[in-house]
Design a binder for this molecule. Structure first.
Ligand code: NAD
Length: 259
């Protein structure tokens, strides 16, 4: 029997891409759609019997797994409802602080959860490459990061940029402080820091470059998203993998076979 999926943030950019990816998955079917209270699209019928609603309890009940790309406050609230209902939860929402991440981990003691700043197979391969490059190059190569996203993105730098910076630190085996902006008399670059520059504009689906800059040379590792489809495919793959698993917070790398 097909596993029943609830899409949270169903009318958002990622929500639309996720619904299309669910339609292509042989073992999953769209069962319910959740949006925020007051959204003008509430009441829209997305498929036979699937109407966009704003009551998390009613939407999540009877589903096997939720796929959520929304905003941090909505994710935390809906994750709690999913944990009460025993519904597996996949979320790609970004912009959480440490307390938000701790709340996600706490709910993962009750249900299976995947939370990843990027569900793309190729971006997760990039994260792996960056960790290995940092390990081999060592701290004498300065690491800098650039990201650009569409004009409506709420958080900066992107969750993926932060994950890439973390991968540099993991590869170096130490703490590498983030430098989120440079302006005015900033002085010489501090040893070990990772500079991050965030640009916003147009409809860019996301682009990340990691620079390793040495004396008289540099390496650039780049990923460019042309559409959101690959994020959605990864999230839907994670949803298929997650249903039926014991409670726990599962790393996306495990699901994509990258560990
Ligand atoms: P968006 O603004 O287009 O969509 C978010 C949707 O969530 C909107 O439709 C909004 O109405 C809805 N929403 C708000 N409050 C809600 C609530 N209480 N309940 C249900 N729905 C609610 O944004 P987007 O571009 O689709 O991105 C959404 C999130 O996903 C962002 O945090 C973004 O950074 C992240 N993202 C992650 C990945 C990944 O691979 N992990 C990829 C792309 C985007």
């Amino acid at each position: 029997m097909a596993r029943r999926v609830a899409v949270v943030g169903a009318l958002g950019r990622m929500g639309e891409a996720v619904r299309a990816a669910v339609d292509l998955h042989p073992d999953l079917e769209l069962h319910a759609a959740l949006e925020g209270a007051g959204h003008p699209g509430l009441g829209t019928e997305l498929a036979a019997g699937v109407v966009v609603r704003d009551d998390p309890k009613a939407v999540l009940q009877g589903c096997d797994v939720a796929i959520d790309f929304s905003v941090p406050a909505a994710t935390l609230a809906n994750l709690r409802v999913a944990a009460e209902a025993g519904v597996a939860y996949v979320t790609g929402t970004t912009g959480f602080d440490a307390a938000g991440k701790a709340l996600i981990a706490a709910q993962a003691e009750r249900i299976p959860v995947v939370h990843a700043p990027n569900f793309s197979v190729s971006v997760n391969v990039l994260i792996w490459l960056v960790r290995e490059a940092a390990r081999k190059l060592g701290p004498e190569y300065d690491a800098e990061l650039f990201e650009i996203h569409h004009s409506q993105k709420r958080d900066a730098p992107s969750g993926t940029a932060l994950r890439l910076a973390e991968a540099v630190a993991e590869g170096r085996g130490g703490n590498s402080p983030l430098r989120l902006s440079r302006e005015g008399e900033v002085g010489a670059r501090r040893e070990g820091e990772i500079g991050v520059a965030a640009l916003r504009g147009g409809d860019n689906a996301g682009e990340h470059t990691v620079y390793f800059v040495g004396g008289g040379e540099r390496i650039e590792l780049v990923h460019r998203s042309h559409t959101r489809d690959h994020f959605a495919r990864g999230a839907v793959r994670a949803a298929g993998w997650l249903t039926g698993k014991p409670a726990g917070l599962y790393p996306i790398e495990e699901i994509l076979g990258l560990l």
